[in-house]
Write a protein that binds this ligand. Structure first.
Ligand code: FES
Length: 342
């Protein structure tokens, strides 16, 4: 089986809107509607930085169900090569390679006939996919109610602060925003979760919980909601970064890593993940997030031993079947043999 090849389309940047906190919303011209997707989906963007192609996954901040052109909202991270490049150097008229939108498991299937209560917990740039969904639910589902608990360092750091306030004014009976600021010592912890649920009980039988923020917030909110018995199909957590893992075994320095279906071979330098051992951008393997979240770099472990890292994107069944994420897995044996997966 040969590695999957995905098509990226050259899309012109139509406009760039600066957001708070070193972030910008980049809207693309997509006359042939090649991006598509749904609220909560993500796109992979390929950009050239210093002569090298880099791919990153970004949540859509637009709402496809409302006919909006595709947009991503990018927050500049210290050391974030692609995010810094896009926020600081991208200009309207630039052409960027963008792949069709893909579902990452953070979607609620917006529908006109639905009646539900949606609780959203967001912090920082975690608001991006939630904004995409909230905008769509409020516009399309007239019987649905949305509660958003949104954390930022200061009021001035809030991405989409203006649009959220406008939505709350337009839908006073159906949308409530509660704000918390870490600069004032406030945290989205289990008490904050409980306060929201007690102060705004569900008004429908169908209740959803959406969580997207830094790893610590995600863990806390998810743990609290699970302890309250929230079923897994109604609790969606979007993760941008895998947490650090303590006590990981020492990788095998100099391991030979082979992709058997195309006989591509590489050598792992100390601590290198399998993807980099195979050449990173030059590897035949497809990849995007490089953090175990999007699942695109998966491969089957045919021989050898690896430390799987934290493979968020894999189910337990996939892990038991020997699937690894090459962007987070490291070799533990002298030879590792992989096979590409579609
Ligand atoms: S590149 Fe996203 S999980 Fe490996």
């Amino acid at each position: 089986m040969s590695p999957e090849v995905r098509t990226a389309h050259p899309l012109r940047i139509a406009r760039i809107r600066p957001e708070a906190a070193g972030a910008a919303t980049i809207t693309f011209d997509d006359p042939d509607q090649v991006v598509g997707g749904s609220a909560g989906w993500y796109v992979i963007v390929r950009v050239m930085v210093e002569g090298e192609e880099h791919r990153r996954a970004f949540s859509l901040s637009s709402t496809p169900e409302l006919g909006q052109p595709p947009a991503i909202t990018v927050k500049r991270h210290p050391g974030g090569l692609v995010s810094s490049h896009l926020v600081e150097h991208a200009r309207p008229g630039d052409v960027v390679e963008v792949e069709p939108a893909a579902a990452g498991g953070f979607e609620v299937r917006i529908g006109a006939g639905r009646r539900r209560t949606v609780y959203c917990f967001a912090a920082g740039s975690g608001i991006v996919p939630i904004m995409s969904i909230v905008r769509g639910v409020l516009a399309v589902e007239e019987g649905s109610v949305v509660h958003l608990l949104y954390g930022n360092r200061t009021p001035g750091d809030a991405i989409f602060g203006g649009e959220l306030a406008a939505l709350a004014a337009d839908h006073p009976e159906r949308f409530r925003v509660s704000r918390m600021f870490s600069g004032r010592g406030e945290r989205i912890d289990y008490r904050a979760v409980d306060r929201l649920l007690v102060s705004a009980p569900p008004v429908t039988a169908d209740v959803w919980y959406l969580v997207c923020g830094p790893p610590g917030m995600n863990r806390t909110v998810e743990a609290r909601l699970r302890s309250l018995g929230i079923p897994g199909d109604r609790l969606l957590v979007e993760r941008y970064q895998p947490p650090q893992r303590e006590g990981a075994p020492t990788p095998y320095d100099g391991a030979q890593v082979r992709l058997e279906d195309c006989d591509h071979v590489g050598t792992a330098a100390a601590g290198e993940v399998l993807l980099d051992a195979l050449g990173g951008p030059a590897s035949p393997l497809y990849y995007a997030c490089r953090s175990g979240v999007c699942g695109t770099c998966r491969a089957l472990l045919v021989a050898g031993d690896v430390d799987p890292g934290i493979p968020f994107a894999l189910t337990e069944a996939e892990q038991a079947a020997g699937v690894v994420l090459t962007c987070v897995a490291r070799p533990l044996s002298a030879e590792v043999v992989l096979r590409s997966l579609p």
